[in-house]
Design a binder for this molecule. Structure first.
Ligand SMILES: *Cc1c(COP(=O)(O)O)cnc(C)c1O
Length: 350
């Protein structure tokens, strides 16, 4: 019923695998599953950032990268650091604006285009088919960080992406107890290059971590359905809350990416961002005032968590100071609401 956790760094000569930096049977089981979910071939890495770094490693020296301006902070910072080192040229664009993205791609003729949808933490929706058309017109690769959507919520390869990336640390594992990353692609040459980069740079996942992600994926449909239903309800209620100024959730009809998300996604995800009335200190007090919601970074676990994103120096200054990102988990929605509502009301009384 369960794959073995292969705890071997080396193998008897003549075996299909020679050394565990090349491959491990436990990763291969995980890659089979993720590949099937994404309708491509998956390659696993030590973390989401290791997966992202392996993709960026494919960019030839001095080539251009067109990147969405709103990206997971670690990836945005890494692309910026590679640009500062003269390794590549970065051109940032608001990727939810398809015309602006196409224009940037035509102007800069990049080797790759990096988008993330829904984006962290503003939940912008990028039209993947339009982005793929623009990228392919100039022979560029389209990479989508699909972490917020999961393979159940969005199948990027079918929408024209050349590479889909996930931080499996989040929804795929689902229990906040493992770091792992995965990419999926269809082009055999690209898959071979990514495997070769992993082998050469050594950012390999541990077999226990691969096993934990496999176990997590077994309950992904259940966790994902419940978390999304909770998120939709909380977003609706937050929008009506007298102490909330702005709510962002792609499932809300007023969200600028709602129509596009309805077409390219199955569901709208379980991340909600909102700004409470007041300033950054008010938002910080809300985060520190909850009892059930965990005040913590990361997302995608069964337990709900929240944080003010701008508490991190590497977060984009385009993100409002008082924006709170909710990672909605699988708890009882009334318990989640009562706790959040109480933390909001407490700021008004303070
Ligand atoms: C967490 C995250 C990453 C980085 O993944 P790690 O597993 O933490 O290295 C990349 N992209 C997104 C959207 C993320 O949420």
């Amino acid at each position: 019923m369960n794959p073995d956790i292969t705890m071997s760094s080396t193998y008897h000569a003549g075996a299909p695998i020679g050394y565990s930096r090349e491959s491990t049977l436990t990763w291969e089981s995980l890659e089979d599953v993720v590949g099937a979910l994404e309708h491509g071939t998956a390659v696993s890495f030590a973390s989401g950032m290791a997966a992202a770094a392996a993709v960026l490693e494919q960019v030839p020296l001095g080539a251009s990268v067109v990147a969405a301006s709103m990206l997971y902070g670690g990836v945005r910072t890494r692309i910026g650091a590679l640009a500062a080192n003269g390794r590549l040229h970065r051109h940032e664009v608001e990727a939810q604006d398809s015309a602006a993205l196409a224009e940037a791609v035509r102007t800069h003729r990049p080797f790759l285009v990096w988008v993330e949808t829904p984006s962290n933490p503003t939940l912008d929706i990028c039209d993947l088919r339009a982005a793929a058309d623009a990228a392919h017109e100039v022979g560029a690769l389209l990479v989508c960080d699909s972490t917020f959507a999961t393979p159940l919520g969005q199948r990027g390869l079918e929408l024209g992406c050349d590479i889909v990336m996930h931080s499996a640390t989040k929804y795929l594992s689902g229990h906040s107890d493992v770091l792992l990353g995965v990419v999926a692609a269809r082009d055999e040459g690209l898959v071979a290059a990514l495997r070769s980069t992993r082998h050469a740079t050594g950012a390999v996942p541990g077999p226990v971590e691969a096993w934990l992600v496999l176990r997590g994926i077994r309950t992904l449909p259940l966790r994902w359905a419940r978390a999304q239903a909770n998120a939709a309800e909380l977003a609706r209620r937050l929008q009506e809350h007298p102490l909330v100024d702005h709510v962002s959730y792609p499932g809300l009809p007023g969200h600028p990416g709602h129509a596009r998300a309805s077409v390219q996604m199955q569901g709208f995800g379980a991340i909600v961002s909102f700004e409470p009335t007041g300033d950054a200190a008010t938002a910080q007090a809300v985060c520190e005032g909850t009892r059930l919601w965990v005040h913590a970074t990361s997302l995608g676990g069964v337990e709900s968590s929240l944080e003010r994103r701008r508490r991190w120096a590497e977060e984009s200054t385009a993100v409002p100071e008082s924006l709170i990102r909710l990672s909605v988990g699988v708890e009882d929605v009334e318990d989640l609401w009562d706790d959040l509502d109480a933390a909001l009301l407490a700021t008004a009384q303070a």
